[in-house]
Design a protein around this ligand. Structure first.
Ligand SMILES: *[C@@H]1O[C@H](CO)[C@@H](O)[C@H](O)[C@H]1NC(C)=O
Ligand SMILES: *[C@@H]1O[C@H](CO)[C@@H](O)[C@H](O)[C@H]1NC(C)=O
Length: 377
């Protein structure tokens, strides 16, 4: 009876499309045999900084969905800034007063859980080390999240000529790559990789859709020289997000969300992701970007360009999200409200309040000019 029941179930199990997931790597069976460095991974810029109801629809948010949802939807590189606040390592956007997304270890626990639940996926973490955490500081947080066992350790501290295939990383259960910008000695935690020893990036501070560039910018050694960058074996990371300059007179930059459907589109419109990626690939002698980093990744949707670069036409096991609507309609995202909030903030500071800077805006620069009395409203 029992055997019969089992056999009777078998065709149903085999017929279940979800079952195919066990043979897909990063959402596609075709990617299993590809090397980690050869495919394109979609990256969520500032993954931890979410513009949703939990953050009061903060303008400092660069994504509409939280990190586990990003991963469910196909993002494979997640990123955040690490700051030291009240002697804790926390994920804050520019300043902890502006946007505090909690402790690094709590965020890592979310990623760990996602890796546990998705045994056939390879994920990359990119941390901006804003307050100079040492490898052992960071290692303590990774240990707290119990995620260290997943971390992949290359054989040396410089960029390898080739990376393992996704399948071999999955088989070895070393499915997490961690880059930190920047990191001193990593002897205490060799899985923490100094980003710019392994990766190069094009410019990120772009405020006009006509200004996206494929030229290497960081690290300095390869700046402006694609052939040197490529020959160094570092992996190309293509930044592709747009800042608004509406508040540039305050040295304030925040993500341009109103144009993001075009910025992240696979085709059509100035500065779209698809055409830019094609242009970069051409300028890089046919090398596709290993990582593409975007704001509001569900818009576009950005994953379409990544699938095109990876020749993936039937992604498996991916959560689909709205590509048009934002999860929260945001009263804070209009320019009018930005100015209103900024005025309120500046006025309360002028009134002598020690400003809790609010958590509503992305600040790219110098609050001093705002509070120093040079600006009158
Ligand atoms: C966003 O970018 C578009 C295209 O350059 C521009 O027309 C628009 O004014 C920008 N919006 C903001 C809020 O900066
Ligand atoms: C996708 O196909 C193009 C053209 O054949 C090839 O150059 C590229 O390496 C492929 N990319 C992947 C990740 O398979």
């Amino acid at each position: 009876m029992r055997a019969f029941g089992f056999l009777a179930l078998l065709p149903a199990v085999l017929g279940n499309p979800l079952n195919a997931r066990t043979t897909a790597c990063n959402n596609s069976p075709d990617l299993c045999s590809k090397s980690y460095g050869e495919i394109t991974h979609l990256g969520a810029h500032d993954s931890a900084f979410v513009r949703d109801s939990n953050s009061g629809v903060s303008l400092a948010g660069d994504q509409y969905y939280d990190t586990p949802t990003q991963l469910d939807a196909g993002v494979r590189l997640v990123s955040a800034q690490v700051h030291k606040s009240n002697s804790e390592w926390r994920l804050c956007h520019s300043k902890c007063d502006l946007m505090d997304a909690g402790t690094l270890s709590d965020w890592l626990k979310d990623v760990k859980k996602w890796l546990d639940d998705n045994p056939n996926d390879v994920v990359t973490i990119l941390l901006v080390n804003s307050d100079g955490a040492s490898a052992s500081d960071l290692d303590a947080q990774f240990k707290k999240a119990d995620i260290v066992d997943y971390a992949y350790k290359p054989t040396s501290n410089s960029a390898p000529k080739s990376w393992p295939t996704l399948q071999s990383m999955i088989d070895d259960k070393k499915r997490l790559v961690v880059f930190v910008a920047s990191l001193g000695s990593n002897t205490d935690a060799p899985y923490l990789l100094d980003e710019f020893s392994f990766v190069w990036e094009n410019p990120y501070d772009v405020t006009s859709p006509t200004k996206f560039s494929c030229d290497p910018q960081r690290p300095k050694e390869v700046s402006g020289q694609a052939s040197t960058a490529l020959a160094s074996n570092r992996l190309p990371l293509m930044n592709h997000f747009l800042y608004s300059t509406d508040l540039s007179m305050f040295d304030v930059e925040f993500p341009n969300a109103s144009y993001v459907a075009t910025t992240n589109a696979a085709s059509g419109g100035t500065g779209n992701l698809g055409s830019t990626a094609t242009k970069c690939k051409k300028e890089w002698g046919g090398r596709q970007p290993t990582f593409i980093l975007v704001d509001f990744f569900n818009r576009g949707p950005a994953i379409e360009t990544v699938d095109n670069l990876n020749n993936v036409s039937n992604p498996i096991g991916r959560k689909s999200l709205s590509t048009s609507d934002t999860p929260q309609s945001s009263s804070g995202s209009t320019t009018g409200n930005v100015f209103k909030d900024l005025l309120d903030l500046a006025n309360s500071a002028k009134g002598g309040a020690s400003p809790s800077m609010g958590n509503w805006i992305w600040v790219g620069g110098n609050w001093g000019s705002l509070f120093g009395g040079g600006v009158s409203f």
